[in-house]
Design a protein around this ligand. Structure first.
Ligand code: GCU
Length: 431
């Protein structure tokens, strides 16, 4: 017998319906439906998956294929060469707490080339001990790194303004939209390195961005209307770029190649999940507020749905064109958020949600995490116990797969960094 999920907590208050992207939007929990999810363990071969070996050999590859075919699109397999120009090596930063390295990564093929810049801060104290190899968290940023950290030494790369009049347009990095700063000092003090990349340098975030970022290296820069149903979208491109950063990070002295986590917020949380699902070298994931197409169930009729996210005024270009086919019938989608999460099991995953972030459906994310948890159990990890209550604000529930909900909305909250550091300490730093 399965244990029923705890009901949504009272602090997830119902809100009036609204129209968004020209579509009605439900913000009432009682009207969200009670979706039946695809079975995590029912293989397409007809077999029931009951062992870790069968999960690894059969089910995880199936999940990745399904997620690629129906949601994110296929990441092409092509010979891409990478050159690494480390032009800033070993500079002290943050009052000597960190040692900074900056690299320009050039990716190329016969089809084209694309470059991206990464800033890496390692804890100075750990680097000083020559045997020290530290864990690192790779954060995908919405802003050029020059305005994402308080460090004058960072190279300014161009940014993109993607909304408002005259958008999209290229601007100097310092003139791009600032979305808060990364507290690098707190992380390096805790013994974890921080690697930062601006997602707009992997590929600018608008429908025509494919022609300006890493997808041109694959010559797969077809516009949104020209793509085949299973072609990759921007999230696939950002995730691929993150893996190329990981290639470089793993080779850095002072970095423990087996303890590199990835973190992203919202669309970059969706990206972090898809990157880690595909690339097992990512040792852990921190996903903040990724919502629809990320950690929240697509089958729930609450907040943003597939219909909203693939609407012409929205973000169809993030996904495979086929994802839009499920706008009216999400129950036909062969995958859902619990399967995206399960493809990462048993690695540590911290899901952060916001109390008032109704658009991202925090309760739908809890249900997805709960439904994904048996994959952690099968593989010797811990998820959310069936009998576990929904956590109170600013607390978490779960183990290796953990769900945290902050006071506040679709934003980084004051309690996030402490929750992230506690999670990293337990799962990555003190290992
Ligand atoms: C929009 C979009 C979300 C996305 C968010 C973000 O709100 O609808 O799906 O997660 O942008 O990236 O901030």
């Amino acid at each position: 017998m399965t244990t029923a999920a705890p009901p949504p907590p009272a602090f997830l208050v119902d809100l009036p319906d609204e129209e968004r992207h020209g579509l009605p939007t439900n913000f009432t929990q009682g009207k969200a439906g009670d979706p039946v999810l695809p079975d995590l363990f029912a293989s397409l071969t007809g077999a029931r998956i009951t062992t870790p070996a069968a999960w690894r050999a059969i089910r995880r590859p199936e999940l990745l294929d399904l997620l690629a075919a129906h949601q994110f699109g296929r990441t092409p397999d092509a010979a891409i060469s990478a050159e690494h120009d480390v032009w800033d090596a070993g500079s002290p930063a943050f009052g000597g707490l960190a040692i900074r390295t900056q690299v320009e990564i050039k990716l190329s093929s016969d089809a084209g080339a694309s470059t991206m810049n990464v800033v890496l801060y390692l804890p100075a104290a750990a680097v000083a001990r020559s045997s020290g190899r530290v864990p690192v968290i790779l954060r995908l940023l919405f802003s050029p790194v020059v305005i994402g950290v308080d460090d004058e030494g960072v190279r300014e790369v161009d940014g993109w303004v993607t909304t408002g009049p005259d958008a999209p347009r290229r601007v100097a990095g310092r003139d791009a939209r600032s979305l808060g700063r990364v507290d690098v000092a707190a992380f390096v003090t805790a013994g974890v390195g921080v690697a930062l990349i601006y997602y707009g340098e992997i590929e600018p975030d608008f429908a025509g961005g494919a022609a300006l970022g890493v997808r041109r290296v694959f010559a797969s820069t077809a516009g949104p209307s020209e793509r085949a149903p299973g072609d990759w979208g921007a999230i696939g491109a950002w995730a691929w770029g993150a893996s190329r950063v990981l290639d470089w990070l793993q080779a850095q002295p002072g970095v423990d190649p087996d303890r590199i986590a990835i973190q992203g917020f919202s669309r970059l949380g969706k990206t972090a999940l898809w990157a880690a699902a595909q690339d097992e070298r990512f040792a852990a994931v921190i996903d903040c507020c990724s919502g629809e197409g990320g950690q929240s169930l697509s089958r729930r009729e609450y907040g943003e749905t597939i219909a909203h996210i693939t609407a012409p005024s929205a973000f169809a270009y993030w996904f495979a064109p086929r994802f839009a086919d499920y706008a009216r019938n999400p129950e036909a989608l062969p995958v859902d958020a619990h399967m995206l999460l399960a493809a990462i099991a048993p690695r540590p995953v911290l899901l952060i949600n916001g109390e008032t972030d109704a658009w991202a459906d925090p309760y739908g994310a809890f249900l997805a995490a709960r439904a994904a948890s048996p994959a952690w159990t099968l593989l010797g990890g811990t998820g959310i116990e069936p009998a576990a209550d929904f956590p109170s604000l600013d607390t978490s529930v779960g183990g290796d797969l953990r769900y945290f909900i902050h006071s506040g909305g679709h934003d980084a909250a004051p309690t996030d960094d402490a929750a992230i550091l506690a999670f990293l300490r337990e799962k990555l730093i003190d290992q």
